[in-house]
Design a binder for this molecule. Structure first.
Ligand code: ZN
Length: 520
């Protein structure tokens, strides 16, 4: 493993060598998470969990600012609940964990077996999502139009029995939030659906520094049981799309199946209109794949568990006390400043280990700023400051007295530079394509300039026929990520979004382009 040699990266393999393996190695090197003895489930370690806690804290504030309240519903869903909505059960049946017994007894060979006497009358499903169990509660809570809108969010874990899993991106159990709302009218429910899509988009761009395109999904990509599904989609560094959040307009489908009814102002009984929306720990995977580089994780300051780390450089015992005292004073003054909506978080690393190893450990963890203080800095009243968005060797000497005031500005600069960098990657790899041959070449790795990478976003025409969509998916494993309404900008192709053209498959007329990409 490379340490101080500039030509070699700290993460092996690099992105260009093996992107999938690079991702796993970044997760390991940054100490974010690990696989667990339970197949498909992850252990989220403190540095990774702290990122999730920051995501939760910011989003929770945004949900409350838009009128939502948190509640909690059961982990288990009776099988009959899931069966109430036909499309919904069909969509999730393939990946459900089912509880059938409530007691274990000793088996013949000494192990434990489910007690045949303790079989449940009705199996319970470990929630894959909670529309049905929350719908049952809403049916009780909603009687009159005065009870609406009902705006609820739940922070929870869910289980979808995935066979091929990757830490954060796809795991059998994951953490998420699911918003569920009920409204008196279609217009209000549709407004809510778009409002929450907007919240997700703002969060992704302003906090994760991850550019997203947003818009409705095609019917074949909708959430099971939804009338309309909207998504935010981001381009990862391997140029695949990551669906980072979804917001669903459910119409009256779940209100009918769960019996969410209300008396309107005229005393007429009506079914409510509902929505649901969610983001998950998958966002952490998106954050890694948007910003990490060949030296490890790179964290946007607004979500970083800590903003800066300070460590001492000793040159002999006689200066030790002075260095430590300077570090303590600096730590205190930095912690007294604020960045964003929270006090600046400072790690002080006094472990007895080499400065080189220490530096690389923090680089791999992606901390935005690294501050070194040695005897010469103490004498000069300065500190050596390095930014994670720049080369490891690029360091600046900053007067100690100025550092508390400079810190928020430095963090803002890093936050902005990460967004710009991610936007540049997306812009460079987004193209308007009208010819099928060019489209096929764009999505065929052996024809790409860098064969290890997939090609990016193609803004192409689609007639609206699911058969054309399916043909592209079968031939190239490429799907329509969304019909973009916002968020594709600052690239030449985006200006051609709304021009009319011909379907890339059948040549039938099309009014606007959609986003085609390979995806996670
Ligand atoms: Zn077509």
């Amino acid at each position: 493993m490379a340490k101080n040699s500039p030509q070699k990266a700290a993460i092996s393999p690099t992105r260009a060598e093996d992107y999938a393996q690079w991702y796993q190695e970044v997760v390991r090197a940054a100490d974010l998470a690990e696989t667990s003895p339970v197949r498909g489930c992850m252990v989220i370690k403190p540095w990774g969990y702290a990122i999730w806690e920051n995501i939760q804290r910011v989003l929770d504030g945004m949900f409350k600012a838009t009128g939502h309240k948190n509640a909690y519903f059961p982990l288990f869903i009776p099988k009959s609940f899931l069966e109430k909505e036909a499309e919904h059960v069909e969509g999730f049946a393939k990946e459900c964990a089912v509880v059938t017994h409530h007691r274990l007894v000793a088996g013949k060979d000494g192990g434990l077996i489910p007690d045949p006497e303790a079989e449940l009358d009705e199996p319970l499903i470990v929630r894959p999502t909670s529309e049905t169990i929350i719908g049952a509660a809403f049916a009780q809570w909603v009687q009159s139009y005065r009870d609406l809108p009902l705006l609820i969010n739940q922070w929870a874990n869910v289980v979808r029995w995935e066979l091929r899993t990757r830490l954060f991106l796809r795991t059998a159990e994951f953490l998420w939030q699911e918003g569920h709302t009920a409204h008196a009218s279609e217009a209000e429910a549709r407004e809510e659906t778009l409002r929450m899509l907007d919240v997700y988009s703002t969060f992704a761009q302003d906090f994760m520094a991850m550019p997203v395109v947003r818009g409705p999904k095609t019917p074949s990509e909708r959430f099971p049981g939804a009338v309309d599904t909207y998504a935010i989609e981001a381009m990862m560094q391997d140029r695949k799309a990551l669906q980072a959040g979804t917001s669903h307009y459910l119409g009256q489908n779940f209100a009918h199946s769960s019996g969410i009814k209300f008396l309107d102002a005229e005393g007429q009984q009506k079914f409510a209109f509902t929505t649901s929306w969610g983001v998950s720990t998958r966002l952490v995977g998106g954050l890694i794949m948007t910003h990490a580089d060949d030296d490890g994780l790179v964290l946007p300051p607004r979500l970083a568990p800590a903003h800066a780390v300070i460590w001492p450089v000793f040159r002999g015992d006689d200066t030790r006390a002075a260095v430590l005292e300077t570090i303590e004073r600096l730590g205190k003054s930095l912690r007294a400043t604020r960045y964003d909506d929270r006090p600046v978080q400072i790690e002080t690393d006094l472990r007895d280990m080499g400065g080189g190893d220490k530096q690389w450990e923090w680089i791999k963890k992606g901390i935005p700023l690294r501050i070194e203080i040695g005897p010469r800095d103490v004498a000069a009243g300065t500190a050596m400051v390095a930014r994670r968005d720049r080369s490891p060797k690029d360091r600046e000497s900053i007067p100690l007295a100025e550092l508390p005031a400079r810190l928020p500005a430095l963090l803002d600069e890093i936050q902005a530079s990460l967004f710009e960098r991610a936007l540049a990657v997306r812009s460079e790899n987004t193209r308007a394509i009208d010819q099928r041959a060019e489209f096929d070449a764009f999505f065929t790795p052996k024809n790409a300039q860098k064969p290890e990478l997939h090609a990016g976003f193609a803004l192409s025409h689609w007639c609206g026929d699911p058969k054309c969509e399916a043909q592209i998916k079968d031939a190239l494993k490429v799907t329509i990520r969304c019909i973009p309404s916002h968020g594709i900008d600052r690239c030449a192709a985006a200006e051609r979004l709304n021009e009319a053209g011909a379907c890339i498959v059948c040549g039938q007329p099309s009014e606007r382009r959609v986003v085609f990409a390979k995806s996670y």
